[in-house]
Design a protein around this ligand. Structure first.
Ligand code: CMX
Length: 454
């Protein structure tokens, strides 16, 4: 008598044969309003989600309410401390305001909003205690999703809903939760960083007079005035780090609705789960290596490759050979490929520009140079390999090595910054989902046999 696994193993070959037939021969067949290829192919090409704040063109990349990255950089408010912070990048809270309202905020609106976020930035005591009790070996992304989901204890939407509210009022409570959630991310990120790598030591404070990104950098110990400067950065390096957080978080906040983290947030929110539960689902999706976790994979890959090619970062042949060795052992090249994009991701280019604008600081940074060299070599290797539809660098290709340069070298942690950033878009959409009173998501599933017409 066979056990469960053996029984399953025996039925797999026949099912796989049917799957291959459906994929190869029936992909263009229509089933309802979809093609069979879309049903079994991760819903590629299926226009099935309402998303207001950003869209992604396969060739031009992301635009936020129609504005390109450069246009946003020019138009969105920066740090209010212009005299001490002259090279400020656009603030993520400016991006959030824009994503949510479709209106460009004024500097004074953002000054007030940054202050509101700082004043709401404390973590509840029970969250701190619970995080302290988690195993230090727990992946930082798991800690992030636990921290966010626990704060549903604070949800004003969940409490109001339990009492009974008109559907038309739901968005206001959801907005309160969304602002509270975003406000608490800098302290949460700092706490996870400290617990995982610095034995829970208090690394910095939330400063009421500073913006969201400064406070994130501060709570991780990367600023000079308000934290312990654990990385021993100079003043200009510390300013650069804060600006890196600003640029990175503003740019990575939204990438239309179909990516896993955005879609998961939207899906869970459609059951009227509150924003804390909804976004913790998004964070769990972001923690997958084909999505946000690629941020950590890329840095490891760059370091491993540099080592494997003996530090010859300009040696084209050695780099090509290394890439082929990965592909031939059925591994992906992290930081390359995309579900929608068919050109280099403009967010990749913007992060490279960040380094280029600080040429002196990065002049001896082999990792960034290797990332740039790779972006000139990998596309032809991937094209020759012939599988990936987009052989160009994606969002995760360049950002990790920039953080690494300033001392954020705990690679497991990099996706947590992505997780803080990605709150901006999906949570702004969640408010609109409730404004429109969108229904619970409930597509219909179909069996392989049905697709095969059996
Ligand atoms: N290296 C090697 N092979 C790759 C590849 C890469 N970078 N990108 C795609 N392929 C392969 C796929 O694995 C797939 O192979 P199979 O047919 O054997 O399954 C084939 O090419 C076709 O894939 P695709 O249609 O081009 O890409 P998908 O839309 O299925 O997947 C993505 C997109 C990003 C998951 C994929 O390109 C990938 O795995 N990239 C590496 C990981 C990565 O950088 N992820 C970060 C994405 C950005 C983000 O969301 O954060």
């Amino acid at each position: 008598q066979s056990d469960l696994k053996t029984t399953l193993k025996a039925v797999i070959p026949e099912r796989l044969q049917l799957y291959s037939h459906v994929k190869k021969d029936l992909s263009s067949h229509q089933i309802g309003t979809q093609t069979v290829g879309s049903v079994i192919g991760g819903m590629r090409g299926s226009r099935a989600l309402l998303w207001e704040s950003s869209s992604v063109d396969p060739n031009k990349g992301v635009t936020f309410h129609g504005l390109t990255i450069e246009e946003c950089q020019a138009a969105l408010p920066k740090s209010k401390h212009e005299s001490t912070d002259p090279k400020s990048e656009m603030l993520p809270e400016s991006m959030f305001w824009f994503l949510l309202t479709g209106k460009l905020p004024t500097q004074s609106q953002i000054n007030t909003f940054s202050s509101e976020l700082a004043h709401k930035g404390d973590l509840p005591e029970y969250v701190v205690k619970s995080l302290d009790n988690l195993p230090k070996t727990l992946h930082p992304m798991t800690q992030l999703s636990i921290g966010i989901s626990m704060m549903n204890n604070e949800s004003v939407f969940a409490k109001a809903y339990a009492k009974g509210i008109p559907k038309t009022d739901a968005w206001e409570y959801v907005l309160d939760d969304v602002i509270n959630l975003i406000a608490k991310l800098p302290a949460l990120v700092g706490k996870i960083y400290s617990n995982t790598y610095y034995s829970g030591k208090n690394l910095g404070t939330i400063n009421m007079d500073k913006d969201w990104s400064y406070n994130m950098a501060s709570s991780m110990g990367f600023t000079l005035d308000d934290s312990v400067n654990i990385k021993d950065l100079s003043k200009s390096q510390s300013n650069d780090f804060v600006n890196l957080v600003r640029l990175y978080c503003a740019l990575h906040g939204d990438h239309e609705g179909g990516n896993v983290s955005a879609h998961a947030t939207h899906l869970v929110g459609s059951s009227l789960s509150d924003p804390f539960l909804s976004y913790s689902a998004g964070v769990q999706g972001l923690a997958g290596p084909l999505h946000g976790l690629a941020a950590q994979e890329v840095v490891r890959f760059i370091l491993e490759m540099k080592n494997a090619i003996g530090g010859d970062i300009n040696h084209k042949v050695k780099i090509e050979e290394y890439l082929w060795s990965l592909l031939n052992s059925n591994r992906v090249i992290p930081g390359y490929g995309h579900g929608v994009l068919r050109k280099a991701d403009p967010r990749f280019t913007a992060m490279i520009r960040f380094g280029d604008n600080r040429a002196e600081e990065f002049s001896k940074d082999d990792n960034l140079q290797l990332v740039k060299n790779l972006s000139a070599i990998a596309p032809s290797v991937l094209t020759e390999h012939g599988k990936t539809k987009n052989p160009y660098p994606n969002v995760d290709s360049s950002s990790g090595v920039l953080f690494y340069h300033y001392g954020l070298q705990e690679t497991l942690f990099l996706t947590v910054i992505f997780g803080a950033s990605r709150a901006l878009g999906p949570l702004s959409q969640l408010v609109w989902d409730r404004v429109y009173g969108l229904p619970i998501e409930r597509p219909t599933s179909v069996s392989l046999k049905k697709l095969a017409g059996l």
